[in-house]
Design a protein around this ligand. Structure first.
Ligand code: BGP
Length: 470
């Protein structure tokens, strides 16, 4: 693999492909959810920005924008549409087309094996809590590894296990829409087993490619340094970070974490010795770290366990406006720094978190290669009559975050690449299409889904040109 620093942008299958039932694809849990009554907005990813039919154009635009890498995900239910292990050749052919375009334009693919969209037949059996999910996932991954091999130099097993498990089983805004801490733990555990079993398949093939996992949130931090605040940080890290990253990177859970989870009343009978043995021998080569915001916590004084998000995009900055919060009785709850801004979806904008996150990963996990696999700003874009967006707000966000990301690299983090979320406008989970992240605007009123590069696209091109010698 080229040792050049990778500069690119990222997408995920359900959010951009569209073509939800084309060429033999089976439904995923997101198709199922978005087509059900549970989806109160009626908005779906059925067509989205129709990447399925814009592969060539989108890859060309990336290359013209100076990008040399593209992060995307494979839809499991395009490859294995039914619960019978029969491969859909048209599914593989689609991703061959994506890889052909990557090769044509000199773009390094960084490919995630699952980005939230489990096949619906796995969902029917209990989804991530189905005890057989890891064997099914390993089978699917082995099909992908054998077919694509070293055409893909960077594989990611699962996108954001923590955030996925959190939204599925704590907030309950993603399918299967539960609020159940027991299932959160079981899901996160099964995801760790999925990663280990997929890596075991991967290693059998002796590929040159590397394999990693992508972590969603950063390390917890607090505004005060007292024993109580330090405990809140520790417990939040158990919950959001260590539970995922320790098995993936160190091959084992911290015994203190296991003790704390048990003491919380979680039944850990789903933990199996043979799984722990597989985890021990099948760890990742690199870490993908998504960076959006800070995990600011304080001691939990309310005694309440509750999780909130803002999917309405109506945060006006007032004290009562909805924001992202999480609280676990006795462990921790979210804190709020009055000196920082929130975006419309109630998420704090705090560029320094990029530095703190990367340095903390280095402190805990040493020199593991790291890619910032997502970093981006969701906002309401306004286009002129030509579809052009002067997204200065996004540019400011990216510039400030990149400042701290590159500072972490200077200070010794083994940083190998960076991806803006997202390549083009696409579906934002539950938030729909108004919350935009793209470097390229997509006109959803146009059946052809016309693309128009935004000001940020040109800014990023220039930034990359100025940062070739890293
Ligand atoms: C990450 C996900 C992405 C993307 C991004 C923005 O957690 O990996 O898929 O959606 O967040 O989040 P949202 O679309 O909810 O604003």
């Amino acid at each position: 693999m080229a040792e050049k620093f990778l500069w690119g942008s990222a997408t995920a299958a359900y959010q951009c492909e569209g073509a939800w039932d084309a060429d033999g694809k089976g439904p995923s849990i997101w198709d199922q959810f978005c087509h059900s009554e549970k989806n109160t907005t009626g908005i779906t990813g059925n067509v989205s920005c129709d990447f399925y039919h814009h592969v060539e154009e989108d890859l060309r635009m990336m290359a013209e924008g100076g990008q040399n890498t593209f992060r995307f995900s494979i839809s499991w239910s395009r490859i294995l549409p039914k619960n019978d292990h029969v491969v859909n050749p048209a599914g593989l052919a689609f991703y061959d087309r994506v890889l052909d375009a990557c090769e044509k334009y000199g773009i390094v693919p960084n490919v995630t094996l699952i980005h939230y969209d489990l096949p619906d037949y796995i969902g029917d059996q209990g989804g991530w809590c189905y005890p057989g999910v890891a064997d099914e996932f390993a089978y699917y991954c082995s099909v992908v590894f054998k077919h694509f091999g070293d055409r893909i130099p960077l594989y990611v097993t699962i996108n954001e296990p923590n955030h996925n498990a959190y939204c599925d089983y704590c907030v309950g805004n993603y399918p299967p829409n539960e609020t159940n801490l027991q299932h959160y733990c079981q899901c996160a555990y099964n995801m760790a087993v999925c990663t280990a079993k997929a890596i075991r398949e991967f290693r059998k093939l002796n590929l040159k490619a590397q394999i990693g996992v992508v972590q969603g949130c950063g390390p917890a931090t607090a505004l005060q340094d007292t024993p109580e605040y330090r405990d809140a940080v520790k417990y939040c890290n158990y919950f959001c970070n260590d539970w995922i990253l320790d098995p993936a990177i160190k091959g084992a859970y911290d015994p203190e974490l296991i003790a704390a989870v048990k003491a919380k009343g979680i039944d850990l009978s789903f933990v199996k010795e043979e799984d722990l043995e597989i985890m021990k021998h099948n760890t990742i080569d690199f870490l993908g770290q998504n960076i959006y915001s800070r995990m600011l916590v304080k001691p939990n004084t309310s005694g309440i366990t509750a999780f909130t998000v803002n999917n309405a995009g109506n945060n006006d900055g007032s004290a009562s406006a909805a924001r992202e919060t999480r609280a676990i009785a006795g462990w921790f709850e979210s804190d709020r720094d009055p000196n920082t801004k929130l975006n419309h979806w109630g998420r704090e904008i705090f560029p320094q978190c990029a530095y703190n996150t990367l340095m903390e990963r280095k402190r805990r996990y040493g020199d593991i290669p790291i890619y910032v696999t997502e970093n981006g700003h969701g906002c309401y874009d306004v286009a002129d009559e030509n579809g052009y967006v002067e997204d200065d707000e996004r540019i400011e966000f990216l510039r400030n975050y990149l400042h701290y990301i590159l500072k972490a690299k200077q200070d010794g983090v083994n940083l190998k690449g960076y991806y803006v979320w997202s390549t083009m406008d696409l579906y934002s989970w539950i938030n729909g299409y108004k919350k935009r992240y793209g470097l390229v605007r997509v006109d959803y009123d146009d059946p052809q889904r016309k693309r128009t590069p935004k000001k940020s696209y040109f800014w990023y091109k220039q930034f990359i040109a100025e940062h070739q010698d890293l």
